[in-house]
Write a protein that binds this ligand. Sequence first.
Ligand SMILES: [Fe+2]
Length: 301
Amino acid sequence: MSATIDAPRPAHGIPPTGPRPDETARLEDFGGLEIADMDLSQPLTEAQRDRLLAMFKAHPVLVFRGQSLTKDQQYAFTLNFGEIEGAHVNRLIDAKNYAPVHTVSNLDSEGNPSEVLRERGNYYWHSDKSYHAVPSLLTMLHAVELPPKGGETQFANTAKAYAALPEADKVLVAGLRAIHSWEASRIQSNSRPATAEQMAERPPVDHPVVRTHPDTGAKVLYLGNHASHIVGRPVPDGQVLMRRLLAHATQAPFVYTHRWRQGDLVLWDNRCLVHRALPHEAMGTHRRVLHRTVVKGTVPY
Ligand SMILES: [Fe+2]
């Protein structure tokens, strides 16, 4: 007689869904670009800034190698793209994190690595701040401390995903609007529930399920963990549709997996990508610390 033994569940509780890193596209096939010859710690010349903005228009992910930026330098670099948004995810409960250069980590309140994550949302596919009426344009992360194994960031190209939708689905989603909310984001990532104060501060918003990229004109699926259901449709039906679209959009051919190296600064376009972090090995032992800045975008249409 044999007994079935369940595999131990990791304490972080993040389900192993979506493509494995080794199944996903290379950076260049994904449309990204690696840049090795810029020092982002110094003020950019006008020509360098023009080059930077042109690269960002043409590539939804830019990977800068070998950087070493203080928080002030990252702040100054981010300003090249526009207005910086403060990270007020935890403003009401964690005031020290309310900063324009925010720290993303697996550290607990004592500063020690923890497998029991305080925030899980980063580990679910999402587009940053889509729960705002005016969501973000881009986000950048600068690697400060990296674990030996795992902790990659994955990006899925939702313009390519829209283009690959069957014609019947393009007809189905045309004109639909989805509800995005902080409350739904917390529920769907199995995180601490939103407080009444947070919900009042951040009421639900709605955005087109298919938005038009302001620079490229491409149609893009706009979805992710902050989105829950469809305006004017029964909630369960909308949830099923949004989950199906997200599963379509995050298939391996649409995904690039960034394996972090010390000194990397990666920035990406939230208007045509969803992204997530992957848990790393022995999260209770190894630290993963990145500095994050976000630039405000425009109202999706
Ligand atoms: Fe994010």
